[in-house]
Design a protein around this ligand. Sequence first.
Ligand SMILES: NC(=O)c1ccc[n+]([C@@H]2O[C@H](COP(=O)([O-])OP(=O)(O)OC[C@H]3O[C@@H](n4cnc5c(N)ncnc54)[C@H](OP(=O)(O)O)[C@@H]3O)[C@@H](O)[C@H]2O)c1
Length: 267
Amino acid sequence: MGEHKKIAILGGGNLGEALAKGFASFIDPSDIIVTRRHLSRLEHLKEKGFVITSDNLEAVSKSRYIFLCVQPKQVAGLLNEIGSVLDVDNHVLVSTITGVSLDAINEYAHGDFAIIRAMPNTAVAISESMTCICGNKLAESHIPKVEEMFRALGETLIIEERLMKAATVLAASGIAFFLRYIRAATQGGIELGFEAEEAQKIAMQTARGAASLLVEGSAHPEREIDKVTTPQGCTIAGLNEMEHQGLSSALIKGIVASFEKINRITE
Ligand SMILES: NC(=O)c1ccc[n+]([C@@H]2O[C@H](COP(=O)([O-])OP(=O)(O)OC[C@H]3O[C@@H](n4cnc5c(N)ncnc54)[C@H](OP(=O)(O)O)[C@@H]3O)[C@@H](O)[C@H]2O)c1
């Protein structure tokens, strides 16, 4: 690949590294440039054939897709730093940064760029992310390519930017919500007599099985619940007690509280 053909991942931290590894399933690692300031922490990627550098300008000048993977407070400085080599005709900016709008990125980049926002979750590290994607008008023709890249790392959904904060709550914070359920089920299992590891194994695989029933069967949750709830049986007794204690209501209120908070702390 020649000029502007590589992929630059600026900010090779948790997410940047996971993206690099995922993209390497269909792009030669020698065409993926990963940057960070503490370069020694990327040595293991170099051994796998990735290009590593702390020179963001060099990475951008050789690349077409520029993935921004730094912390929110670092993005303005980063875009200012690479401004001299950013070129509206050659570069597509892909931001994974939570809470920074397409307009804000455009403003920091000082130009009318094709800009895409992608919101993955931490399961990106095992290629099981749920990644919501949106873009500005100029990015329309690039969205299929970027969606294809993220599909190598899990499921994707193209959404309007106005839903990006809701997507952050449902998919990114959502990881914590589901994990807390698994933790609680594990604690319940221990009380019933299982060792902690056994209870967690049962809870984890049962959660995976429940999700897979929906994903693979395209079913509605209530239809699958009906199959397990024998009249006057133990499952419906447990389920109804959970609802009396406010299970669905607690989850919905928690999701809405997260959404209210993200609206207060981001623009
Ligand atoms: N982790 C996730 O699964 C996830 C999911 C959705 C969204 N996000 C978003 O993705 C972004 C990164 O998250 P993260 O968890 O990967 O954070 P992180 O581990 O802190 O990674 C950020 C990286 O950026 C590097 N960096 C900072 N300034 C830089 C610069 N000027 N040039 C090059 N590299 C620079 C830092 O390394 P040095 O200090 O060595 O430069 C660090 O490794 C955040 O904005 C977050 O909101 C993350």
